[in-house]
Design a protein around this ligand. Structure first.
Ligand code: ADP
Ligand code: MG
Length: 316
């Protein structure tokens, strides 16, 4: 099987939502006049973002999930993606499982694979995703205002606990390890939430590097500070058996849960509580936007808590 057979066999599908898909020098898509294109890319490198022996079907799903999460955080509706892949050797069993996971996920979200690149090299998966958002309605990082509330979706820290378990920093029971592994391997992109936050949230991002580190990006771009209430942060019940310091590190600085963090004006509080019920997804206020430029962690007595761990930085 050569490169072109490989593409035709594993990745070429009839193009939906596109005028021209895989097979030419570029794909062609149409965008309605009132929409903007939202474009994002995320790369997964073996040994960096996933374990070398990761299950390829799950990896196919995760590669797409992390990209979908970026569009969710923009309030955009995903439509198309490209797949650039480097592999050390032609491994048909791996490719079959990877493309099965990837394309099943694409079907679930009505996404079209419209192109890519295939080359020999250290195992790397780079996806570029594009979607639509009505002009001017995207959720930016720069819109947080003084007095806004800070919210997060879901429960944080389970994916980080899985990494801690796999790297020997903690020992989880088999049942807990399986549950945390699922969160690490198969994150759920919060697309429905992202769409509903249009017009409701003032700023948003997805948590990929840890709540504190990611909230700092909102603060930088919105020129504000934030306080986070330690006791309010909804951590995954799976973390209860962890020592307190590692538990806090997991839910404050662990990133791979791909939940959304967003800010909203205080007068939207009731609307957000109602939205949580409607989406059947916990939405929890974890703090508020204030003056300054730092993210400060506060305990129940509203005293600052020193933070000794950092979000993930690939070059740190
Ligand atoms: P070019 O020589 O113009 O770079 P390629 O030979 O790399 O084109 O790719 C041929 C076609 O297959 C293009 O339409 C490209 O977008 C598509 N393609 C290549 N690799 C992949 C992949 N992994 N998944 C989906 N489409 C791919
Ligand atoms: Mg090419």
């Amino acid at each position: 099987m050569n490169e072109f057979d490989l593409i035709a066999h594993y990745f070429k599908r009839p193009a939906k939502n596109a005028d021209l898909g895989v097979g030419d020098d570029a794909a062609l898509v149409s965008v309605a006049a009132g929409d903007q294109l939202a474009i994002s890319a995320d790369m997964l490198v073996a040994g960096r973002h996933f374990f070398q022996d990761a299950d390829p079907e799950r990896l196919g799903r995760k590669a797409l999930a992390v990209n979908l999460s970026d569009l969710a955080a923009m309030g955009a509706e995903p439509s198309w993606f490209t797949l650039s892949i480097a592999m050390p050797a032609m491994d048909t069993a791996w490719l079959a499982a990877f493309s099965r996971g990837l394309l099943a996920m694409a079907d679930e979200y009505d996404l079209s694979l419209i192109g890519g690149d295939t080359t020999c090299g250290p195992l790397t998966i780079a996806i570029q995703i594009a979607g639509k958002v009505p002009r001017g309605q995207a959720l930016l990082r720069s819109g947080a205002k003084l007095g806004d509330e800070v919210w997060v979706s879901g429960y944080l820290g389970a994916a980080a606990a899985a990494v801690m378990h796999r790297t020997g920093r903690v020992t989880l029971t088999d049942t807990l390890a399986k549950r945390c592994d699922l969160r690490l391997d198969l994150p759920t992109p919060r697309l429905a939430l992202g769409l509903r936050l249009r017009g409701l949230a003032s700023a948003a991002l997805d948590i990929s590097d840890g709540l504190l580190a990611d909230l700092r990006h909102i603060c930088e771009q919105s020129a504000c500070g934030a306080e986070v209430w330690l006791d309010a942060v909804p951590f995954a019940p799976d973390l209860l058996s962890l020592p307190q310091d590692l538990r806090q590190e997991a839910f404050l600085a662990g990133g791979d849960d791909y939940e959304l963090c967003f800010t909203a004006a205080a007068d939207q509080h009731a609307a957000i509580v109602a939205l949580a019920a409607e989406l059947d997804l916990p939405l929890t206020q974890v703090g508020k936007i204030g003056k300054g430029s730092d993210v400060t962690l506060l305990n129940a007595a509203k005293q600052p808590v020193p933070v000794t761990f950092h979000g993930f930085d690939h070059f740190a």
